[in-house]
Design a protein around this ligand. Structure first.
Ligand code: SF4
Length: 408
């Protein structure tokens, strides 16, 4: 029988490496890295976080997309959503002839445009169980780039459902990964999930579990979590046994704190012995996210005067990196180099954690004298985009760097 499901690439990695490297490589980033992550340009000392940019999952997903295009010339190739949250990488996918399938406002995909002759690539964050089954029914070729770290969380959530525990997932219910993760409970009949965005929302759950004064009533609870809970969720029944997991790109500290608060609420309501048997948790922040967060925490021990964080505004891990930096220094989260206007010497950035917060434009954002510029980037930002942004900052300072490359 012809193979229609691939999740290990097509053995073209070596062949395509020079092409992929050429598209995403940055000479200035490599130079700074090779000099111990710090380098001077005129009166600007640039400090690069020791872990930044493309993570292993994104690297792999991008590789597979290139391999797919080479493996199936002449075929219609589709991507379910975005391969990763980076507009430039997605633009390259379009240029290579890949078409995007976008969900409607409720997150529902229409796969009726896909035929059994086509090829469909699933992104690094994975797809929901329902979407996976729908695509299998179409009978097209599926190239699954779901990251191993995401699969690891799925396994946890599936086990919670198998053992009768509700999966409480720290994540954004609109994020593809959280939706896909939550859907794993459906592998077991009666499996339940609840998605909590942050500590504030988690406390609504904790207060309900512990029946603390002022907690939401049953109706209020159901209304608040309507879109964030599995069908038929009953807080009076489904919060009796809880397993905690998280979207892999959340703030590690917050995820841990949320787990502890839920455990505490269960102990308060039912006692220690009960909580011991009916609460489970497992840190599911991926190591790449953790390393990037640790690297900025390290840098913030002696914060640079200005920090530039580069990555999509809808990129969860980038937003969290910027949020961490903001607590220590002037931080500018930019989507890409185009946010820095060399002529006007301005920067357009998103000043808040909320992915939908509006951008603002700032003038006179660089110090007058010599200063330190910190740089990091989210897991879906390629090095060339980091290099472009840096070159623009240096140009504002009148520094031209000759690396044999063109600045963006
Ligand atoms: S951020 Fe982590 S889980 Fe997500 S793709 Fe990268 S390595 Fe995988």
């Amino acid at each position: 029988m012809e193979q229609t499901y691939f999740r290990r690439g097509f053995g073209l990695k070596k062949e395509l490496k020079p092409l992929i490297d050429a598209e995403y490589h940055s000479a200035i980033v490599e130079r700074i890295r090779s000099r111990g992550y710090t380098d001077s340009f005129g009166d600007v000392t640039v400090r690069l976080a020791q872990e930044f940019g493309f993570c292993y999952g994104v690297d792999r997903a991008v590789d597979y997309a290139y391999e797919t295009v080479h493996e199936f010339p002449g075929k219609s190739i589709w991507l379910v959503g975005e391969i990763i949250h980076n507009p430039h990488v997605n633009q390259r996918m379009t240029e290579m002839g890949i078409s995007f399938l976008y969900p409607d406002r409720e997150g529902v995909f229409d796969f009726s445009v896909v035929s059994s002759d086509d090829v469909v690539i699933m992104p690094a964050f994975g797809v929901t169980l329902h979407d996976f089954e729908e695509l299998r029914k179409v009978g097209c070729v599926l190239v699954d780039t779901t990251c191993g770290s995401v699969l690891h969380v799925w396994k946890r959530v599936e086990n919670y459902a198998r053992d009768g525990f509700t999966a409480v997932i720290h994540g954004k219910y609109t994020h593809e990964e959280s939706r896909a993760t939550a859907s794993q409970v459906n592998k077991h009949e009666g499996g339940k999930y609840l998605i909590v965005r942050d500590m504030e929302e988690a406390m609504l759950v904790c207060d309900y579990i512990a029946r603390r004064p002022g907690h939401l009533g049953r109706q209020g609870f159901l209304e608040h979590f309507r879109a964030k809970a599995s069908e038929g969720f009953d807080p009076d029944v489904d919060l009796a046994r809880v397993g905690v997991a998280n979207q892999t790109t959340m703030l590690a500290k917050e995820s841990m704190a949320i787990g502890m608060k839920i455990h505490e609420a269960m102990r308060e309501r039912h006692g220690d012995d009960y909580a011991k048997d009916n609460y489970r948790s497992f840190g599911t922040i991926c190591s790449a996210t953790q390393e990037r967060q640790d690297a900025v925490a390290d840098m913030m021990r002696e914060p640079p005067s200005v920090m530039v964080v580069i990555g999509g505004y809808n990129s969860s891990n980038t937003n969290h990196l910027a949020h961490l930096c903001r607590q220590h220094t002037r931080t500018f989260h930019i989507e890409d180099a185009a946010c820095i206007d060399v002529e006007a010497a301005t920067i357009r950035h998103k000043p808040e954690l909320n992915p939908d917060a509006p951008e603002i434009v700032e003038e006179a954002w660089l110090p007058d004298g010599p200063f330190e510029l910190g740089i990091t980037a989210g897991a879906s930002t390629p090095n060339n985009k980091i290099g472009d942004a840096l070159m623009r900052v240096l140009r504002i300072r009148g520094v031209e760097v000759d690396l044999g490359v063109t600045a963006g």
